[in-house]
Design a protein. Structure first.
Length: 140
């Protein structure tokens, strides 16, 4: 849980693993798709003079529950770089039957507080303190 005060928010939806020309990056490669999706999130944030420190929540859509360990590995590897404080925004993880194109494996929606953002009123939980269950045995 996080609580922020801001006068302007940025809502990013449909963040997929496509490059600027619309080519799908990482067909059948979940890690490559995660990398492209979050690179696209970073680019969209930068276009509004924002960055990952402005993100107050994520919603992640995945097409295969078997990819959850890979997503958790990606988070463990990359989120410390995106969020050096170790405080990550809440992330709702949803499984869906399919995304807009069958080759997409992951999509991210993000909300960022970009104007008038104050420090968190209540401190967001660190990943280790979250309600996220541990990875299943043998997956990490």
């Amino acid at each position: 849980m996080s609580r922020f005060t801001a006068s302007e928010y940025l809502f990013l939806a449909g963040m997929l693993s496509a490059d600027k020309d619309g080519n799908i990056i990482g067909v059948r490669d979940f890690q490559a798709q995660c990398a492209q999706v979050f690179a696209n999130v970073e680019t969209a944030l930068a276009s509004a003079d924002a960055n990952f420190s402005n993100v107050v929540s994520f919603t992640t859509y995945m097409t295969h529950s078997q990819s959850i360990p890979e997503f958790m590995e990606y988070r463990l590897s990359e989120f410390p770089k995106m969020f050096p404080s170790g405080i990550y925004p809440p992330n709702t993880l949803l499984m869906v039957d399919r995304l807009v194109h069958e080759d997409f494996l992951v999509e991210v929606q993000a909300t960022a507080a970009i104007r008038g953002a104050a420090a968190a009123v209540s401190t967001p939980m660190k990943y280790s303190e979250s309600f996220m269950p541990p990875l299943p045995k043998g997956t990490g």
